[in-house]
Design a protein around this ligand. Structure first.
Ligand SMILES: *[C@@H]1O[C@H](CO)[C@@H](O)[C@H](O)[C@H]1NC(C)=O
Ligand SMILES: *[C@@H]1O[C@H](CO)[C@@H](O)[C@H](O)[C@H]1NC(C)=O
Ligand SMILES: *[C@@H]1O[C@H](CO)[C@@H](O)[C@H](O)[C@H]1NC(C)=O
Ligand SMILES: *[C@@H]1O[C@H](CO)[C@@H](O)[C@H](O)[C@H]1NC(C)=O
Ligand SMILES: *[C@@H]1O[C@H](CO)[C@@H](O)[C@H](O)[C@H]1NC(C)=O
Ligand SMILES: *[C@@H]1O[C@H](CO)[C@@H](O)[C@H](O)[C@H]1NC(C)=O
Length: 310
């Protein structure tokens, strides 16, 4: 069985999500001459190297020695050659930081704000919740981010609305933290957001979730499995699925007859997972309108659903 994160990556690949596509660099930003400490050759920007070193500083445990190449001086001081760091070949600015699953324990330093050109930040599957456990609000100021993966970092507490400032964001993965979402209206500012995974968090108090989803205009991939979505009546009928292609609402207790709360406007949907949602009774005929569907999963629902085959 895939983890949600693996599934997400798979889907991002199959859906050809543009957030992983080649990064375009502004041609007008001709670099000033940059020098590394070894002298002479073009290296990374000193300000950005210092920011990354400050990030490393508050990593208390580097379990697999993943950041060994991150050195302040000598031959390894060009941060563009450090593990997990990708720079623009034209400007030398850091564009991506990929530290997924590197066994890092500690905090996330606000020094990352000096990486002003950062477009992709992946810190997923590390333990970086720091002392207070909360998702740091300053991440909402990394204004050029297109992709942000903070899956399984063990954030707790209330989800702050600040990520709503990341207006260029295309993919956001906050799955498998244990945060409470009280309000999702910040999502509606993310006009480019294509993929969203909040699985494993607690959305029971986010009563506006379906409105927020409907008002997030570009969304195509949505994973809300195991989110304690409450079985407010007719819930599923409120989601506007005109554009959604991938939807996972598994492991939320809905407990309605399928026929009374089935999804509407569903012609674009390709992937639909409703495992262990305790929906029951006959599937409506409109299932037949899902002409793009290639993956329907409906396991562990006590076998109380029926489907007629014509
Ligand atoms: C961090 O590393 C130290 C020393 O290597 C070790 O004793 C400690 O258990 C580690 N902490 C965690 C949370 O893994
Ligand atoms: C970011 O969002 C928060 C909460 O929505 C808001 O209070 C703050 O002013 C915003 N910051 C910027 C720089 O826009
Ligand atoms: C989700 O949050 C609600 C409200 O705080 C709480 O009652 C419920 O137990 C939580 N669900 C889980 C799975 O922790
Ligand atoms: C759902 O989330 C809870 C924690 O909130 C976790 O204990 C449980 O294993 C998860 N279930 C699934 C099927 O992922
Ligand atoms: C559903 O989304 C489509 C396309 O974005 C839009 O035209 C339509 O008005 C929406 N319907 C509702 C009820 O929000
Ligand atoms: C379904 O789509 C139609 C036409 O695009 C739109 O008028 C209607 O509001 C949509 N219904 C829902 C529940 O989104």
């Amino acid at each position: 069985m895939y983890t949600t994160a693996a599934k997400f990556l798979l889907l991002m690949a199959t859906a050809a999500c543009t957030c992983l596509s080649v990064v375009v660099v502004a041609a007008d930003a001709l670099p000033e001459r940059r020098q590394n400490d070894a002298g002479g050759s073009i290296g990374c920007w000193p300000k950005e190297r210092d920011a990354l070193l400050a990030f490393k500083e508050v990593i208390t445990n580097d379990t697999y020695n993943s950041l060994a190449s991150w050195q302040p001086a000598g031959r390894q001081s060009d941060c563009c050659r450090w593990k997990g760091v990708t720079c623009s070949s034209q400007t030398g600015h850091v564009l991506r930081l990929d530290l997924w699953g590197m066994g890092l324990i500690g905090q996330i330093s606000s020094s990352l704000l000096s990486l002003e050109h950062l477009e992709s930040l992946d810190l997923g599957w590390n333990i970086l919740h720091g002392h207070n456990g909360c998702l740091p609000e300053f991440l909402g100021s990394l204004k050029n981010l297109r992709s942000l993966n903070l899956a399984d970092i063990s954030f707790t507490g209330i989800m702050p609305p600040h990520l709503g400032n990341l207006t260029k964001l295309e993919c956001l993965d906050l799955s498998y933290n244990v945060m409470q979402f009280t309000d999702l209206s910040w999502l509606t500012h993310l006009s480019s957001l294509l993929c969203l995974d909040l699985s494993g968090n607690n959305l029971s108090m986010a009563l506006d979730w379906s409105n927020a989803i409907n008002a997030t205009p570009a969304l195509e991939i949505l994973f809300l499995s195991n989110c304690s979505l409450q079985s407010s009546n007719q819930l599923l009928t409120h989601i506007n699925l005109t554009k959604i292609k991938f939807l996972d609402l598994s492991y939320n207790y809905f407990g309605h007859p399928i026929a009374t709360c089935w999804l509407r406007n569903i012609t674009s949907i390709q992937y639909l997972h409703l495992d262990e949602t305790y929906l029951y009774g006959p599937f409506p005929e409109s299932l037949g309108l899902m002409t793009s569907l290639f993956d329907l999963s409906f396991t562990d629902n006590d076998n109380k659903a029926t489907m007629t085959v014509d």
